[in-house]
Design a protein. Structure first.
Length: 286
């Protein structure tokens, strides 16, 4: 796939130039922020000399020694891990159910599953805030409501990923298992779920990365410093007298997100390759 893209871009020099300019322009702010995180001075605008000061070198202001930074990282990772472990099984179950549902109600449900994705996040965050303050006021704001909000927001991503895999698999394998004497539950557990493995893993990684990067929902449902996540900490810190420690914190979470997304991309690439191989074998057998 990458080779074909390169070949097409090579045939259109103007398009290739525009594409690379866009990529460089998109990466430039990130590279500058990462570079400043290694600044030995306190300035976030002028680079003096490379140093690990804001990672662990400074005994009080580095992200390793400052309790507020460690709390924000712990909250973010805990929230993302719980969201990943809750949203993915729910999304897989909903995807399987929607895939087997027929009728007009099924079409409406498929459309409703995309609402959290297409809704502007600011609208989604305000709506959740109103829900937890006026409708379900018994649910405490903070980590609990943030987790519910993240699960609600990321559930649709899991459904979309798993349903695309279900469409590629088809129903022939389950039907063959049923013909051989397997029950519905056995066919689901022993045949379908193993085939959904790559999609489930990709859903785990995408859900984790989405939760780590979320700012709006976490901000509306936060109750203070004790429930601050990394995006909230970076935003609040940048409005006061900030140091390159914020850049160091952002760099660490950037690496975490990139690792999760890269793992998901590799799994999805393997999923597509396996689907293509299965399709080729099926066509030959026919």
């Amino acid at each position: 796939m990458i080779r074909s893209v390169r070949r097409r871009l090579g045939q259109a020099p103007a398009l290739a130039t525009l594409t690379w300019l866009y990529i460089l322009w998109s990466l430039l702010p990130v590279l500058i922020a990462v570079r400043i995180s290694f600044n030995s001075g306190r300035s976030r605008s002028s680079f003096q000399s490379p140093s690990w000061r804001w990672y662990w070198g400074d005994p009080t202001a580095s992200i390793w020694h400052d309790d507020s930074f460690r709390t924000a990282m712990a909250n973010t990772l805990q929230l993302a891990a719980l969201c990943m472990l809750i949203a993915t099984p729910l999304g897989v179950a909903m995807a399987i159910g929607l895939n087997r549902w027929r009728g007009r109600a099924a079409n409406a449900s498929n459309g409703l599953m995309l609402v959290p994705i297409v809704t502007p996040e600011i609208v989604f965050g305000v709506a959740l805030f109103l829900v937890f303050t006026q409708v379900y006021s018994g649910v405490p704001r903070g980590m609990t409501s943030q987790l519910i909000g993240h699960v609600t927001f990321t559930l649709s991503f899991v459904v979309v990923i798993v349903r695309s895999r279900l469409a590629a698999i088809g129903t022939q394998f389950e039907e063959a298992a049923r013909d051989l004497g397997a029950t519905r539950l056995q066919a689901l557990r022993l045949v379908l779920l193993p085939q959904l493995g790559p999609a489930i893993f990709a859903s785990l990684m995408v859900t984790f990365a989405t939760s780590v990067d979320d700012f709006v929902v976490s901000s509306f449902l936060s109750t203070g410093a004790g429930t601050e996540t990394v995006p909230i900490k970076i935003y609040s810190g940048s409005r006061t007298g900030s140091t390159p420690a914020l850049n160091a914190l952002a760099t660490v979470m950037l690496l975490v997100t990139l690792l999760a997304v890269s793992a998901a991309a590799l799994v999805m690439r393997r999923l597509r390759r396996n689907s293509a191989d299965a399709g080729g074998v099926a066509s030959i057998s026919v």
